[in-house]
Design a binder for this molecule. Sequence first.
Ligand SMILES: *[C@@H]1O[C@H](CO)[C@@H](O)[C@H](O)[C@H]1NC(C)=O
Ligand SMILES: *[C@@H]1O[C@H](CO)[C@@H](O)[C@H](O)[C@H]1NC(C)=O
Ligand SMILES: *[C@@H]1O[C@H](CO)[C@@H](O)[C@H](O)[C@H]1NC(C)=O
Ligand SMILES: *[C@@H]1O[C@H](CO)[C@@H](O)[C@H](O)[C@H]1NC(C)=O
Ligand SMILES: *[C@@H]1O[C@H](CO)[C@@H](O)[C@H](O)[C@H]1NC(C)=O
Ligand SMILES: *[C@@H]1O[C@H](CO)[C@@H](O)[C@H](O)[C@H]1NC(C)=O
Ligand SMILES: *[C@@H]1O[C@H](CO)[C@@H](O)[C@H](O)[C@H]1NC(C)=O
Ligand SMILES: *[C@@H]1O[C@H](CO)[C@@H](O)[C@H](O)[C@H]1NC(C)=O
Ligand SMILES: *[C@@H]1O[C@H](CO)[C@@H](O)[C@H](O)[C@H]1NC(C)=O
Length: 509
Amino acid sequence: MAPKIRGFSILLVFASVRAILAATQDLPIYVDSSLSSGWENWSWSSDINFTATDLIFGTSGSSISVNSTQYAALSVKLEGTFPDYAGLRFDIAGAQPDVTISIQSTADNSQSPNIPLSAISKTIVDGSFSSLLVDFNALPGSGTQLGNGTWDRITFQAGGNGAIYHIDNIVLVSEIVVTPQLLSAEPLTNNILAVTTVGAVNLADVHVAFNGKAVKVASQTTYNPVDTPSKTITYLTLGSSFKQGNLTITAGNTTFTHVLPSAQRGSIVTTAKLPINPLIYGVNFPTSADYIKELGVTISRWGGNAVTAYNPFGGFTNAGADWYFENRAVDNGQADDWMGWVQGAGSSSLLTIPALDWVSKDSSSYSFPKTVFPDQQSFDPYKPDAGDGLLPNGTTISSVFTPPDPQNAYVTWNTTAAKTWLAGLKNKPLLVAIDNEIEIAHSTHQDMHPQPMSYDEELSRVIKFSTAAKEALPNVQVVAPSTCSWWFYWTSAVGYTDNAAHNNTDFLP
Ligand SMILES: *[C@@H]1O[C@H](CO)[C@@H](O)[C@H](O)[C@H]1NC(C)=O
Ligand SMILES: *[C@@H]1O[C@H](CO)[C@@H](O)[C@H](O)[C@H]1NC(C)=O
Ligand SMILES: *[C@@H]1O[C@H](CO)[C@@H](O)[C@H](O)[C@H]1NC(C)=O
Ligand SMILES: *[C@@H]1O[C@H](CO)[C@@H](O)[C@H](O)[C@H]1NC(C)=O
Ligand SMILES: *[C@@H]1O[C@H](CO)[C@@H](O)[C@H](O)[C@H]1NC(C)=O
Ligand SMILES: *[C@@H]1O[C@H](CO)[C@@H](O)[C@H](O)[C@H]1NC(C)=O
Ligand SMILES: *[C@@H]1O[C@H](CO)[C@@H](O)[C@H](O)[C@H]1NC(C)=O
Ligand SMILES: *[C@@H]1O[C@H](CO)[C@@H](O)[C@H](O)[C@H]1NC(C)=O
Ligand SMILES: *[C@@H]1O[C@H](CO)[C@@H](O)[C@H](O)[C@H]1NC(C)=O
């Protein structure tokens, strides 16, 4: 055993030294006939041939042929890390295969945003290779940066119908020369234009003309959006104002034209001084303190389908119908700590309080095992026994058969538990919401609430849990109901018999 282990650690050291050196030169992953040394095959549920010769790039060697079943993947991992590359280049052939690329770190489980192949090219064909490039400074799809990380794995994952393709010449590149491009140019006011560019566009080459006559640019300010730093937005202030007519903005081969209408007149009543509530600048689960600061987020919401089953005493939750009714450990930390950091970054918080009768009991149970309900529409590709709770025709299991016993996955939840939790918080929310869209609980959380929610039940839950919240946190403001759509302003999941039982009044009159 010992010599083997020694050999393995020597390989690791070698691989990481090489990865660091390689930042100044390209790092081949697969070129011509095999995975390069240091790269391992971490694919799953796929038929993969690393020496396919039925379709090759160029005139010799081989390519990788891939036949992935649903959600399966070609995945490769480096023994070491590749932190500093400019991008990923590869050649691919196939009938626009439904593949999503991600860059991952097995050390800390972080991962890039998903990069759909279709965001790089929509013209990939069977029988001949297309050469594609992923720029790590502007990821296709999101436009975000890959950023620094202990990156060591690259995955090409198929969508729900699988994917069949050939891929060749997979290389991490040390440098990408960005072609200068004028992406957009439009007027903001009658003398200010916004111009978006990538690469080294010389702004002196941007020419503005109005009704065929050149207009001088008096001054300019440039801005790099924090989330898409590869792009530059420049505001050009013009030497004169334009009226009705044709505006053209040209740089190199690219021209943008706008036909400006005649001036529209209106008036602003300057005596009306109703302030806009600063709390409208809110987001759900901001990604970082920097994000809150940069965007000026005034309130951060802990909410969504994945908080209805939040058990603050254990730190468990699940996302109900959004992910196979599977319990998991909370992935945003505990609500109290989360409120601590969002508030530390300068935002208030809106905390959702579960208001059904159950919350997750652990991080691993699930409600619709295949062993109990074999006939379901789909099962978790990563946990094949966990089903989505739908019959093959799309009907919920709980509306046709005896629903699962909630105790399989949950422990009881009630106002006493809510009060204990809220009273013990170190960090206090400004607002609390009474659960999330519980008017559709019979669908999103059919395992714990199979019956459609009626007017009376929702009102009673809102009153009970609001009262408990106010008892635990006297200064808190309550947001309720947390409604999923306009439809549920007008009626309930029970249907119009429920309106009829309430003198034909809308749920929210
Ligand atoms: C790579 O992994 C896939 C999926 O597990 C497997 O089918 C394939 O045979 C492996 N190829 C090699 C060369 O190890
Ligand atoms: C892979 O492809 C080569 C060339 O087409 C073929 O000779 C070989 O048998 C294939 N391997 C597998 C495991 O199918
Ligand atoms: C891909 O694999 C499936 C089985 O998973 C098989 O039915 C199908 O014929 C394969 N397609 C190709 C092109 O090899
Ligand atoms: C990555 O790390 C380098 C060196 O520490 C730093 O200069 C660079 O700004 C970092 N990039 C990002 C996106 O954080
Ligand atoms: C603006 O362009 C349109 C054609 O797109 C043309 O019909 C019109 O006469 C132009 N207006 C002026 C003021 O040049
Ligand atoms: C303009 O187009 C021509 C022909 O398509 C191309 O060769 C040239 O590089 C382009 N110039 C710029 C500045 O994009
Ligand atoms: C779906 O299938 C179940 C079980 O066979 C059946 O009871 C139900 O009526 C079906 N629903 C629809 C909408 O067809
Ligand atoms: C309320 O929930 C707690 C925590 O699960 C449980 O211990 C308690 O028995 C419940 N109380 C009632 C009245 O159901
Ligand atoms: C029911 O609605 C009618 C018409 O809107 C109204 O006149 C009546 O007072 C309502 N009755 C009750 C019990 O609210």
